[in-house]
Design a protein around this ligand. Structure first.
Ligand SMILES: NC(=O)c1ccc[n+]([C@@H]2O[C@H](COP(=O)([O-])OP(=O)(O)OC[C@H]3O[C@@H](n4cnc5c(N)ncnc54)[C@H](OP(=O)(O)O)[C@@H]3O)[C@@H](O)[C@H]2O)c1
Length: 243
């Protein structure tokens, strides 16, 4: 049975991804902060889907521990899915470096740190699939979330470059660009229903994209075209908008 490592396994999206892959008979490694709180999920996956599920302690910000975290995995995963992220408080981050730095650290530096280690292992083996959840917020900076957006922009470019590098080692890299998704991150936000995906839709889209070795997916699909329109607004007009 192949194994999937899920980084940031406590998020709503990650839980949906874990359930989808477990249902398709993958063993699941759940990596998160305070991972013992995920014991109910671990047992549920193992019993319901008759697979092996394990818990692993992982903090994206503690980059010094990433090599030992990966080395300690009892089985090296066939697929690694990087789900963790931190929206942060944009207003606070404008004046508070700690908040700004954390936003960059979780969404960019932490992701690059752990995925470099996975990429080198997969390149050496000439096998493996890496999926990274970035965001459409990275496609154009807006006043309402440009710290998060710029870190995701960096992550999107990183995934693209890594896909190019690892293609020559028979390793596949998938970039996932969600628009709005109903999760803890967006709780209480007035999200437009027709534009907003459920975590299960993201999970299904990732599963299909992994099978088909897609390079970049948008969830929901039409976000590709929404972002194309947003990116085509001339800067003299764009800068005057309250977005
Ligand atoms: N929701 C959306 O509309 C949306 C849209 C586009 C992209 N995304 C991206 O989708 C991914 C999943 O987010 P979500 O919507 O499911 O949000 P979420 O429920 O808030 O999940 C974020 C997850 O990231 C984890 N995390 C934060 N800092 C971490 C750290 N230092 N080390 C390890 N894990 C850390 C959190 O862990 P704890 O459980 O320990 O707090 C949490 O499980 C993120 O990358 C997000 O940026 C979301």
């Amino acid at each position: 049975m192949p194994t999937v490592l899920i980084l940031g396994a406590g998020s709503d999206m990650a839980i949906a991804i874990a359930k989808k892959f477990a249902a398709e008979k993958y063993n699941i490694q759940l990596a998160a902060r305070n991972s013992t709180r995920l014991q109910p999920l671990q047992s549920d996956l193992a019993i319901r889907y008759d697979i092996s599920a394990s818990l692993h302690e992982f903090d994206a910000e503690k980059t010094e521990g990433h090599a030992s975290f990966y080395a300690s995995l009892p089985v090296k995963p066939d697929i690694t899915i990087c789900v963790f992220g931190y929206l942060g408080d944009q207003k606070l981050a404008e004046t508070d470096w700690k908040e700004c730095h954390r936003t960059i650290q979780v969404n960019y530096t932490g992701a690059v740190s752990i995925l470099n280690i996975v990429a080198n292992d997969y390149a050496a083996k000439s096998a493996g699939i890496i999926a990274g959840i970035s965001s459409v917020a990275g496609e154009r900076g807006r006043q309402s979330n440009y710290f998060y957006g710029s870190a995701k922009a960096g992550f999107t470019a990183y995934l693209s470059g890594m896909r190019n590098r690892l293609f020559h080692h028979k390793v596949h890299v998938l970039s996932v660009q969600p628009g709005f998704v109903y999760t803890r991150m967006t709780e209480g936000m007035p999200l437009p229903k027709p534009l907003t995906a459920k975590p299960e839709e993201v999970a299904n889209a990732i599963y299909k994209a992994v099978l088909k070795k897609k390079n970049v997916i948008y969830v929901k699909w039409f976000w590709r075209w929404i972002m194309l329109i947003i990116k085509s607004i001339p800067e003299p007009i764009f800068k005057k908008l309250k977005l």
